[in-house]
Design a protein around this ligand. Structure first.
Ligand code: FE2
Length: 386
């Protein structure tokens, strides 16, 4: 047994905690903040609300609402340029994984020269960034507690992460009330992303007793509460449990990494613009079936945590049930289950390029319980087609 533990900074959890943002920004020594968010948050009035909390505490706010669903290196560079010009001393990320990832990257770009593209990789950031506060408005990405910012280079469509512990947020304000207005489809796909983080971390070759603690809690919570949150978005208890599942999934992910499902889903986002959570939700049953017998103990336990096990089952059978549990969950949530249903123009002629791009996502592939060849990737895409 040999492992490290990584944790981000402080976390406040509970309905209403997002109103503390101004106070916390002041405590972190800032008088001018850049607030990084998207058009949805602007429309919902949440951008203004957070901006008001900052202003009330005496923190001037420079607002950027242009983060796109699959955020780019180019957008990140533009926000960093704005933040440098305006002398912003703190970054606040408000929204889903996209806004938080851009915010985390901007924090280190304020203090490190050049483009975000220079830092895509592992441990390439030289100087610590300015402090950063994350306020998630979805429950799933876990970006509020991870050290990764995933950005697409528009020039070649390749998705790559800036992975560096200097990206760990200093403060995360987890306010379930902010997720009450999330539509059912977004609730479902982001919630499935949380489940993928937890299940992939749980079955990762880097899994530790520490990451397992959080992974188990996250898997069980998603199994119990995701249907409730998707079917009745106003249920604050379900929203709180899902926000906790996202947090735990993020901690598991930060400590054990993700595996082949995330690697295989990257080309769906990069080449066809499929939303991250939706791509992972679609692929996870196929990957779980492929992986099950490489870690039957973990997959059987996960099936149980999802409430899907009959007692006294041989381990092998229990492990294979995990994929069935995932299939059922995705069906209940009304998410697409095949590549064809996505209607984004994916055909078998794309599989070779998709498989090559998935294999290039090296760390998650190395973490995968079962060795995956290019032919295996292609056959998973083929199975997922119809
Ligand atoms: Fe994810």
């Amino acid at each position: 047994m040999n492992f490290n533990m990584f944790l981000s900074g402080r976390i406040s959890f509970g309905p209403g905690v997002s109103s503390q943002v101004g106070l916390q920004a002041r405590k972190l020594g800032a008088s001018r903040a850049v607030l990084v968010t998207d058009k949805t948050m602007e429309k919902l009035g949440l951008a203004e609300k957070i901006s008001d909390h900052l202003t009330e505490a005496g923190v001037e706010t420079c607002l950027f609402t242009g983060v796109e669903p699959e955020p780019s290196v180019e957008t990140t560079d533009a926000v960093a340029q704005l933040a440098r010009q305006q002398d912003c001393q703190i970054v606040v990320g408000l929204g889903g994984g996209s806004s938080m990832d851009v915010a985390k990257a901007v924090s280190v770009l304020i203090t490190n020269e050049g483009s975000a593209a220079n830092y895509q990789g592992l441990g390439l950031v030289k100087k610590p960034g300015v402090p950063k506060i994350m306020i998630p408005t979805t429950a799933g990405t876990g970006s509020e507690v991870t050290f990764t910012a995933v950005l697409i280079r528009r020039s070649d469509g390749v998705k790559g992460g800036i992975n560096d512990d200097k990206l760990f947020p200093d403060y995360s304000l987890l306010d379930p009330e902010l997720t009450l207005s999330m539509p059912p489809q977004v609730t479902a796909s982001t919630g499935m992303d949380a489940l993928c983080h937890a299940l992939e971390a749980f079955t990762s070759r880097q899994a530790s007793p520490f990451s397992d603690l959080f992974a188990r809690e996250a898997i069980e919570r998603v199994g119990t509460w995701l249907r409730v949150a998707a079917l009745n978005g106003r249920d604050l208890e379900a929203r709180s449990e899902m926000m906790l599942a996202s947090l735990y999934g993020g901690i598991a992910l930060a400590n054990a990494g993700v595996t082949a499902c995330h690697a295989l889903s990257y080309p769906l986002g990069g080449m066809f613009g499929v939303a991250h959570g939706q791509a992972n939700a679609l692929l996870i049953p196929y990957v779980a079936r492929f992986n099950a017998l490489a870690r039957p103990d973990k997959f059987a336990e996960a099936a149980g945590l999802l409430g899907y096990i009959e007692e006294e089952l041989p381990l092998r059978d229990g492990a294979l049930l995990c994929a069935d549990a995932l299939d059922e969950l995705i069906e209940d949530l009304g998410l697409p289950r095949t590549l064809k249903q996505l209607k984004v123009g994916i055909t078998p002629s794309h599989f070779d390029e998709m498989a090559a791009k998935a294999l290039a996502v090296a760390r998650p592939m190395e973490n995968n319980a079962r060795v995956m060849s290019k032919e295996d990737c292609i056959s998973i895409y083929r199975e997922a087609m119809e």
